[in-house]
Design a protein around this ligand. Sequence first.
Ligand SMILES: CC(C)(COP(=O)(O)OP(=O)(O)OC[C@H]1O[C@@H](n2cnc3c(N)ncnc32)[C@H](O)[C@@H]1OP(=O)(O)O)[C@@H](O)C(=O)NCCC(=O)NCCS
Length: 183
Amino acid sequence: MGDHGAVDPHVRDATADDVAAITDIYNQVVATSDAIWRDEPVTVADRQAWFAAQQATGMPALVAVDAGGAVVGFASFVQFRTIPGYFPSVEHTIHVADGHRGQGVGGRLLDALVERAVAMGKAVMIAGADGGNLGSIRFHERAGFREVARLPGVGRKHGRPVDLVLLQRDLPAPPDAPDGSRP
Ligand SMILES: CC(C)(COP(=O)(O)OP(=O)(O)OC[C@H]1O[C@@H](n2cnc3c(N)ncnc32)[C@H](O)[C@@H]1OP(=O)(O)O)[C@@H](O)C(=O)NCCC(=O)NCCS
């Protein structure tokens, strides 16, 4: 991502205290876009379970916080499929609150996710975007992802068939990794 200038919002690990704000942003995206294929809002308890799972599996949950301490975006990744051979690949999610988009917040969150993935020895990051979410597809392409698959009609949003676009970015080996040590 380019240099977006300001220090804030800054990115840090989420804590349990952030889960309510994460839930608000998540539900805003559910209600106003096709980016998340759910028709109904989720409860804070649902996102608490998500947060606990991220912690239990050692996977990141990050928030972007503005100068006033408000959470304006969040990001995470999980294993892309769970059988052992998929170890090198993770699938990430980024959501920025309405009113804070287009200001570099998503880019900063993505940079932080890439840093974590590299440090964990991951080799591939995958984004799954709604086929109509041209903003997200463009966002990922600007960050070095390329479309590798398009799965027509694999989901539903409000009963309508929706397409999944998979975008992939290959990561460098961690700086301290001996040659060939990465999976
Ligand atoms: C997609 C999203 C995460 C991008 O975050 P953001 O903070 O708005 O993006 P940034 O301001 O960091 O933009 C980074 C780059 O992507 C490009 N970009 C971002 N949104 C874009 C859009 N809607 N259309 C075209 N380009 C876009 C910017 O031009 C920028 O490029 P640059 O760094 O070369 O200037 C955010 O807009 C969002 O949460 N949208 C709603 C939910 C969603 O779609 N989530 C993604 C699900 S896969």
